[in-house]
Design a protein around this ligand. Structure first.
Ligand SMILES: [Zn+2]
Length: 360
């Protein structure tokens, strides 16, 4: 393991960043949950912020679900959704996150009776995102994620809802949940419907199940794969992902916490990148996994030996895979390169790959 200097850590924290895979419900911090619970008069198994912080420490999957359910229970109205969105932006701005695609799952399989329906959620998210852009300089778009294990008709209903409500920051339609026994292709018709209405498709796959699940997501129209790490078990699939420029939204710490891999040393991030797969780094559910996007970049440097120069490339991959028009992606990439070059200058860090792109 490589240790970073304070200077390198500060450089990583201040690098302009883009995140494509982070969950709204999984980004609610303990103190925010306490505020939501107080607002709705709900009893929590914790009393104050320090107890809440202990409660949030990852123990095992059932405990993770217990917290997730409690968060879903406390997200009830438009104001709640606007509030957590702005809180997310405030934290993101401290890490110089410029653009985020945030997945939300209001009708989670974990809690089918989540009180808020999408019709309440979306106006709250849009109101929050407008404040996020104005006050924190963080642009946000959203991906609606039904959960595997719901019936075909339920996922179809979600797709129909998307066709009536898509646009205005609602850009994607996805799929989360446990893969085994619930192939994405079961819901193919729903993805066709949403896609025809303009939804961009990102499917979780290759996390809780192996390469066949990734192949199944590809034939179901995935434009990006959430996680996808277990594709490494199938060399032919890895070649196919590389050749088709399929982007993987990888979250190393999430994979370790949930036991997909026993340690960073076993994690295939670098092997996938070296095979030419377009990889990005993401935080997934930051407070629940005890991470941040900045921390994930540190992990890449510490555990996979990436140089600061190489870290910038993963942000550029994220920009390229963002569900934005080509002109917006090009502008964002230019701005990020220019700002990173200035930052490198300030920190006395050499970033040779940036000068190749005329970003002096
Ligand atoms: Zn996820």
């Amino acid at each position: 393991m490589q240790s970073l200097t304070d200077n390198e850590r500060e450089f990583i924290r201040r690098m302009p960043k883009v995140e494509l895979h982070v969950h709204l419900e999984g980004s609610v911090y303990p103190e925010t949950l306490l505020q939501l619970a107080a607002r709705h008069g709900r009893e929590l198994p914790i009393g104050d912020a320090s107890e809440a912080a202990d409660w949030f420490v990852f123990r095992d999957f059932p405990h993770f679900i217990e917290i997730y359910l409690e968060i879903c229970n406390c997200l009830r109205d438009e104001d709640d959704y606007a509030f957590v969105t702005v809180e997310m932006a405030r934290r993101a701005a401290a890490e110089n996150l410029r653009y985020m695609e945030i997945t939300f799952a209001p009708t989670s399989m974990l809690n089918p009776r989540t009180p808020a329906l999408p019709d309440v959620v979306m106006p709250g998210l849009r109101a929050g995102a407008a404040i996020a852009a104005r006050d924190h300089g963080v642009e946000m778009q959203f991906i609606f994620d039904p959960v595997r294990g719901r019936t075909v008709e339920e996922v179809m209903a979600s797709a129909r809802w998307w066709t009536e409500n898509g646009g205005d920051r609602l850009v994607g339609f996805g799929l989360g949940g446990l893969e085994l026994g619930h192939p994405a292709s079961r819901y193919a018709e729903a993805f066709e419907l949403a896609s025809a209405a303009g939804a961009r498709i990102s499917l979780h796959a290759g996390e809780t199940d192996g390469p066949l699940s990734v192949r199944d997501a590809l034939v179901t129209g995935a434009e990006r794969i959430g996680h996808g790490v277990r594709a490494i078990e199938d060399a032919e699939l890895v070649t196919q992902l590389a050749e088709s420029k399929m982007l993987l939204e990888i979250s190393p710490t999430s994979n370790i916490r949930l036991g997909v891999y026993p340690s960073y040393a076993d994690h295939p991030f670098k092997r996938l990148a070296e095979a030419g797969v377009l990889v990005t780094v993401n935080s997934d559910d930051p407070p629940m996994f005890g991470t941040t996007l900045t921390r994930e970049f540190e992990v890449l440097a510490e555990h996979f030996g990436y140089t600061l120069d190489e870290l910038v490339q993963f942000t550029r991959n994220a920009v390229q895979g963002a569900f934005l028009p080509a002109s917006s992606r090009e502008t964002m990439e230019r701005e990020i390169i220019a700002e990173t070059a200035m930052l490198a200058n300030e920190f006395g860090v050499a970033l040779p790959s940036l000068s190749d792109h005329g970003a002096s």
